[in-house]
Each structure stands twice: as structure tokens, then as C-alpha cells.
Design a protein around this ligand. Structure first.
Ligand SMILES: [Zn+2]
Length: 290
């Protein structure tokens, strides 16, 4: 069941659930009503137990410190967008709608002190650090001309990394494979941030996720966006934009988020699981966006 090309995380995608197998076996004996009920939501299996080697609170605390340092560095460069910036309002609105659906994926998320900030930088990048510390760079919003739906896909993806504790697991892996003093503080990036101004190149932000992590974040992110009333099909247009940008100067985003060639196909494969959630959110009266 587990497929581990990379040892850090196993993304288990249940693409052919038992109910589908039964449907094939039973054929027309299956009641008509059930044939019209596609399975809702995605299934990526349980998080890896390896992450437990490192206390979640410690990772979240380190992330909080590093996020604060990045914010301060941005303030000093006059690069932290003010709350009345229309783009800040957009990303905070997207977050406001997505966040209620996060505890389903990680109960700790209900206690996280979420922060959503916009940093002035041409980098095509965004992140959500452990503990719910989100930042978008103006380069990804302006450079890719993101719609609100596409912002929700990016945010859902980043939040999914935090919810599934991919950074915590990477750190646990480093601790497990590197015996020696101070390895945990080194893995957490403590004492290494502060010299890098606005750049996302130190500490927890320099962790590179595995392709399995990426697939999982794409999948969970689609569901988060859909439940919040954002069109999951924007995942396709987002990745086309990313690919087009990649032909010039590769987006910074790719340095920590290695994608696979069939990323769009994977997203298309999960659309039947999340489109009903999106449609239901619309019917429930999600505010109409301009
Ligand atoms: Zn990612």
C-alpha cells in the first residue's frame, strides 16, 4: 500500500476505493441512488509516524520565531505589505474561508495562531510554516496574475504541507539519520535565520519537500479550496501558469516544491472527488466574488 520513492513521507492515494470495486462486482444490482454518489473528499492516508520523533510544539515554536524574523526583515526593507493593500485583503479573505476546514486534517490547527502576510518581492513563491504562518510574495500574485481561485489553490497546497507536518517529518528524518550534538537545533534552523533579509533561504524555509509530499499537498489543498468555495479546477490553470513561468527564470517556489511532470493529470484525477464539495459550498451561499 505504501509507496516510498522518497523515505520522508508516504502519500497514499486511494484512487480505487472498495466501494468502486464492489460497484463493478455488483453491477446493476446496485441501487440507482448510490451510483450517483461519487466519493466525496480525498484520501491520503494517515500521516507518517516518523514525525513523532520531534515534538510538534518545538517545530511550531521554531517556525514562529523564524517567521517573526522574516517579518521584521521585511519591515526594515519596507517590504511588508500593509493590511489595506488589496492583495493582503484578498489572501486574508481566502484564508478566512479555508481555515475552518483545517482541523479535520490536524486537530492542532484549531489552536494555531494563524498569520497571513504579503511580502514585496519578485519571487514567485509562497509558504505556510508549521503552526500556520503563511506568507505570499507579491511576485506570485502579480507575476502570475493569480485569480482568487488560484490563490486558494496555492494557499491550500501550502497549508496542506503544514497540516500534514511535512517539515516536522523532514526534521525527524534528519535527527534520525544524523547522530550528534545540536542536530535538532540545527535541523530546526535555530540560530541561522536573520542574516537573509527577505529571502526564503534559511531554517525551516529551506526544507525541500519530496515529490510524495508535493502530491499529497496538491491533493489535500484541492479539497481545502473546494470546501471553502474555490474552484478546484483552478489547480490546472495555476500549474499551466507556473510551467509557463518556468521557461524563463524558474520560480523560487520550485526550489522547495519539486513538481512532477504529471502534476496536472494528478489534479484532474482528483477533481471528481472535490467538485461536489465545491458545488455544495456554492449552494450553501459562499459569498460571490467579483
Ligand atoms: Zn509544496
Amino acid at each position: 500500500m505504501k509507496k516510498r520513492h522518497f523515505p520522508l513521507f508516504a502519500a497514499r492515494l486511494c484512487i480505487f476505493p472498495l466501494s468502486c470495486a464492489l460497484a463493478l462486482l455488483l453491477g446493476c444490482a446496485r441501487p440507482a441512488w448510490s451510483q450517483a454518489q461519487p466519493k466525496e473528499g480525498v484520501d491520503v492516508g494517515k500521516p507518517s509516524s516518523m514525525a513523532r520523533l520531534v515534538p510538534a510544539g518545538q517545530v511550531e515554536q521554531a517556525a514562529g520565531q523564524q517567521y517573526e524574523q522574516l517579518k521584521q526583515a521585511a519591515i526594515q526593507k519596507n517590504a511588508l505589505a500593509p493590511p489595506d493593500d488589496p492583495r493582503v485583503r484578498r489572501i486574508r479573505e481566502v484564508a478566512r474561508r479555508i481555515l475552518p476546514f483545517t482541523p479535520k486534517w490536524n486537530p492542532r490547527a484549531a489552536e494555531w495562531k494563524w498569520e497571513i502576510n504579503l511580502i514585496g518581492s519578485r519571487q514567485i513563491n509562497a509558504f505556510c510554516m508549521p503552526g500556520g504562518k503563511i506568507a505570499f510574495y507579491t511576485g506570485i500574485i502579480d507575476g502570475l496574475q493569480l485569480s482568487d481561485d488560484e490563490i486558494a489553490i496555492v494557499m491550500g497546497h501550502e497549508i496542506a504541507h503544514a497540516l500534514r507536518e511535512h517539515a516536522r517529518e523532514r526534521i525527524a528524518k534528519q535527527v534520525a539519520t544524523n547522530a550528534g550534538a545540536n542536530i535538532l537545533s540545527h535541523a530546526l534552523g535555530l540560530g541561522r535565520v536573520g542574516s537573509t533579509a527577505v529571502g526564503a533561504s534559511a531554517g525551516l524555509l529551506s526544507l525541500k519537500f519530496s515529490r510524495d509530499d508535493e502530491t499529497e499537498a496538491d491533493t489535500v489543498g484541492l479539497e481545502l479550496a473546494a470546501r471553502a468555495g474555490y474552484d478546484p479546477r483552478a489547480g490546472i490553470t495555476l500549474w499551466r501558469k507556473m510551467q509557463a513561468a518556468n521557461k524563463g527564470a524558474p520560480p523560487q517556489w520550485f526550489s522547495t516544491h519539486p513538481g512532477s511532470a504529471n502534476r496536472i493529470k494528478e489534479i484532474e484525477r482528483h477533481l471528481p472527488q472535490v467538485m461536489p464539495l465545491y458545488q455544495r459550498a456554492l449552494q450553501a451561499g459562499v459569498p460571490v466574488r467579483p
